[in-house]
Ligand binder design. Structure first.
Ligand SMILES: *Cc1c(COP(=O)(O)O)cnc(C)c1O
Length: 438
């Protein structure tokens, strides 16, 4: 994992007055137009604060633990740490990153159901005691190398199994065996965890998962454990509407199964929720092909005036760069066209977007509707914060430079952060603050 902290002197641009994110993108597009028209990213740190405020208003009974794998930019970790969030780490690198930002080890959950032994030892040495576990092999490793571990048993949910086609977590039946094995090995168990992805639209999933978690709590209590932490995972898209929907499903169930007087601490792991809309990616159109439809299907060139054209555009970034999440099965939503001279409503056409590699897999977006573009036009992809822009993936060409990230925050959000008690001094260690446009 390569953090942005390796690169010194990050600039955080403070947007005064009526300056918007669009103005910032505009400014960088114009700047880029004079040079290489390279890809760039704009990250609005104020989003993190606004999402935090919304969480406090709508989901305050759920303590938020941010999963580092969603986006490990030091700026993100720093702001969320300053807001007092806990963190979910999947390996030693993530734990050490979070500890470096001053997060107390008791606010860290070591997740992942299959951990490298040396990473478990590292957690033990650094006081990270909350570990997720869903199988006996893992349990034995933890018993040997982490004497003060406190386990959260990962319970499977059908929503997650349906999405990943691989079951994470254990069934209720194997939970009992796991708990008995833990007791035999003298390992402490303190609660249960599950995860329902945001793609699961059926809120019934929460009712199954919470009743299963209640069963695990009962089994634990029966075996003499003090069960005190319930972790309902991630799956919050970031929209106000979806958060309220999930909360309206979850709240009555929590009251029924885990009433507040029971003293159980309920936590959640919102990842995309915090970062998704904070990051925007701008890419340039570098090539174009036009197809027409005839009796044989799609053909290139020679359109008659009646043909409905279909366009294929080549971008200067693709799945081996900033769009690597596409290779992991994510759908990249259609971009917006950065504003051009031609005013008024333009007709739109079926368009596909392809990366620059000429590789057959390098499809970024298939069939979206866009006005006709020309090489040199810019496309803006919103909601890219959880799409892996922060760290090169397995598929990324390691020799290719990472796109620059321009960090911004509006003056209003900056003062609000101060009022919310965010330690801006720590942020100032990572960044130098400049007035936008200066
Ligand atoms: C990725 C991940 C999450 C975050 O999921 P979102 O749907 O982005 O909120 C939460 N918990 C764990 C263990 C994860 O791996």
């Amino acid at each position: 994992m390569k953090g942005l902290a390796d690169e010194p002197n990050h600039i955080l641009e403070l947007l005064g007055g009526g300056t918007t994110l669009e103005d910032v993108i505009d400014g960088h597009v114009q700047e880029q137009a004079l040079v290489e028209k390279s890809v760039f990213v704009v990250a609005d740190l104020g989003v993190l604060l606004r999402q935090h405020v919304m969480w406090q208003q709508t989901a305050s009974q759920l303590t938020a633990y941010y999963p580092v794998k969603s986006n490990c930019s030091p700026a993100v970790i720093q702001v969320l740490a300053s807001l007092g969030l806990g963190f979910v780490c999947a390996n030693k690198g993530e734990i050490s990153l979070v500890l470096d930002h001053g997060v107390p080890p008791e606010n860290i959950i070591f997740s992942g159901v299959c951990k490298q032994l040396s990473h478990i030892k590292y957690a033990a040495k650094n006081g990270v005691d909350l570990l997720v576990c869903d199988n006996e092999t893992e349990l034995c490793k933890i018993a040997r190398s982490h004497p003060s571990a406190k386990l959260l048993v990962q319970v499977t949910t059908w929503a997650q199994a349906a999405e990943t086609s691989m079951a994470f977590g254990c069934s209720l039946k194997s939970c009992r065996r796991l708990l008995e094995a833990a007791r035999a090995l003298g390992v402490q168990v303190v609660g249960a965890t599950f995860h329902i992805p945001a793609s699961c639209k059926d809120l019934q999933a929460y009712s199954h998962a919470l009743s299963d978690a209640r069963c695990v709590f009962d089994m634990g209590v029966e075996l003499g454990y003090s069960m005190s932490i319930l972790d309902i995972g991630g799956g919050f898209s970031g929209s106000d509407y979806q958060l309220k929907q999930v909360m309206s499903a979850v709240q009555p169930l929590l009251e029924a199964y885990f009433p507040s007087m029971s003293g159980v601490q309920v936590i959640a792991e919102p990842g995309s929720y915090f970062v998704s809309s904070a990051f925007t990616l701008a890419v340039n159109v570098i090539g174009k092909k036009v197809f027409g439809r005839d009796w044989s299907g799609l053909v290139q060139g020679d359109l008659t005036p009646d043909d409905e054209p279909e366009f294929l555009y080549y971008l200067n970034d693709g799945v081996y760069g900033s769009f690597s999440s596409k290779l992991l099965g994510s759908t990249i939503p259609a971009p917006a066209v950065h504003k051009r001279a031609s005013p008024g409503v333009e007709p739109v056409f079926s368009s596909s977007l392809q990366g620059p590699s000429l590789d057959i897999l390098d499809h970024v977006v298939e069939h979206c509707l866009l006005p006709e573009l020309l090489p040199g036009d810019w496309l803006v992809f919103h909601n890219m914060g959880a799409a892996g822009l922060d760290s090169p993936s397995t598929f990324t060409d390691a020799s290719a430079p990472r796109p620059p990230v321009y960090y911004v925050v509006s003056t209003a959000d900056w003062y609000e952060m101060q009022e919310a008690g965010v330690d801006l001094g720590d942020i100032m260690k990572t960044f130098s603050l400049v007035q936008y446009g200066a």
